[in-house]
Design a protein around this ligand. Structure first.
Ligand code: OAD
Length: 250
């Protein structure tokens, strides 16, 4: 299916980063953070009440992601983009992950549906800042004018970026092959993406070691780890090749 596809959409979730040892949202709440609840760390209200603690937690997660490396699953997805691009076929990767590993692996056509730990923005102007030093030296971090920065991630109760949703909808409407990889398929709107792809006439494939609510509806449910099976799928579709990142920033 991948070898023949013309317009491919891939949705990824935390499972793709599991093999890079990125702590999931829940895992990141252990140790020092075990006494906090998600409402206090991942909501606008939690940030308003205690910006110091919230930004410390996101900075801790940002540093964990910087320490992590893309795994064979990420690298295989980067090769899929390269192979399809070289055949003038469409590819887009929609991710719920905020860890930036897809871009570091070499993917360029990436929509970060839930934002990124590497993007912080001014709470007053919305101006975005990237490549900030880690760790910050004050919490919350501030702009030169002294205004607070917040992490550029989507918190519970917040809308996803409208342009991300629009792009996702357009590409799903036109796709002929859809992969759902490493996501529990329970958080909307991403949970509805495989239905949208199917409605557009696409073949649908899930890669996940466990069953999810999407498993019964997809054309192929591949019960395996992304890092184990994606390199095999890519090799079957495109032959043995170079899986190394292209010009990633390491
Ligand atoms: P979840 O933690 O809900 O689901 C991760 C999925 O990955 C599970 O279905 C696992 O079975 C699967 N998995 C684990 N290891 C895997 C591997 N090696 N290869 C493939 N799959 C594997 O994560 P998400 O679906 O990403 O939202 O969760 C979606 C959103 O819910 C998150 O982005 C976050 C969370 O609340 C926000 O923060 C807004």
């Amino acid at each position: 299916m991948l070898a023949d596809a013309r317009r491919v959409v891939v949705l990824t979730g935390a499972g793709v980063s599991a093999e890079s040892k990125i702590p999931t949202f829940r895992d990141a709440m252990e140790g020092l953070w075990a006494s906090f609840d998600p409402q206090s760390l991942a909501t606008p209200e939690g940030f308003a009440a205690d910006p110091e603690t919230v930004t410390r937690w996101y900075d801790f997660r940002r540093m964990k992601c910087r320490e992590a490396e893309p795994n064979p699953g990420h690298l295989a997805l980067a090769r899929i983009e390269r192979e399809l691009e070289s055949r003038s076929r469409d590819f887009i990767l929609l991710t719920q992950n905020v860890d930036g590993l897809h871009r570091r692996a070499g993917n360029r056509s990436v929509v970060e549906l839930h934002g990124s730990l590497e993007v912080w923005r001014c709470v007053e102007t919305g101006q975005e800042f990237r490549d900030l030093p880690a760790p910050f030296d004050t919490y919350p971090p501030r702009t030169d004018r002294g205004t607070m920065l917040r992490p550029g991630v989507v918190w519970f109760g917040e809308m996803l970026p409208p342009e991300a949703i629009e792009t996702a909808g357009e590409r799903l409407d036109a796709c002929d092959l859809f992969f759902s990889i490493g996501t529990s398929a329970t958080v909307y709107p991403a949970a509805g993406f495989s239905d949208l792809a199917r409605a557009a006439g696409a073949k649908t494939v899930e890669i996940n070691p466990d069953a999810t609510p999407a498993s019964r509806h997809v054309d192929e449910s591949v019960r395996a780890r992304a890092g184990a099976v994606l390199p095999q799928i890519v090799e079957l579709a495109f032959g043995a090749g170079n899986a190394s990142p292209r010009g990633g920033n390491g």
